[in-house]
Each structure stands twice: as C-alpha cells, then as structure tokens.
Write a protein that binds this ligand. Sequence first.
Ligand SMILES: [Zn+2]
Ligand SMILES: [Zn+2]
Length: 99
Amino acid sequence: MGSKHNFICPSCEYESGLVSGQPDSGMMVAVDTMVCQDCQSVVDVVVQIFLDEYAAEIDLNCCPDCRGTRVSPWPSQHPCPKCQEPMVQDSLSPEMLWD
Ligand SMILES: [Zn+2]
Ligand SMILES: [Zn+2]
C-alpha cells in the first residue's frame, strides 16, 4: 500500500484527512481517491477487491462514509469539494521534501 496524505484547502480550511490522492492498491483491495457529491468530501473509495472473502462485505465504488454511489474521481488539480479551490498537501507530508 502506498502512502497516504492529508490535503488542506487554503481557502476554506477543509481537510481531506488521510487519502491516497491517486489510485492505489494493496494486498486486499485497490482504492482510488474520489469526491463524494453527497458528503462534499474527499474519500478513498474501494474500486477492486482481490480476495473473495472480502467481496461480500465491501461495496465497490461507494463512499465509505455515507455508502452513497455519487462518487467521481478527484481531478489531478485536487479541487476542494466545498469551494473548488485547489487543495495542497499538508506540509508535514514527506512528499513536500521534493518540492
Ligand atoms: Zn475549500
Ligand atoms: Zn458520502
């Protein structure tokens, strides 16, 4: 599993919490970071399950918070789901060392 990051909106101070920010996969599931239209939040959505025993328990392509399916891939500009301003990675994130 790759690393996760916290994204912060400089305009309205919404924080995504820890999300991949991109498609990612681990041993059991593959996730993609999406925007839930209902929660207006950035969430990691399970898009694929590799183990059959998990398939019955986990719904694919739905918001982990509200179980809704009105999710769409988060554009690469990382717009804030609340105010559409580009969000930035939390400065505590190790990836910022490369900037
Ligand atoms: Zn915002
Ligand atoms: Zn939701």
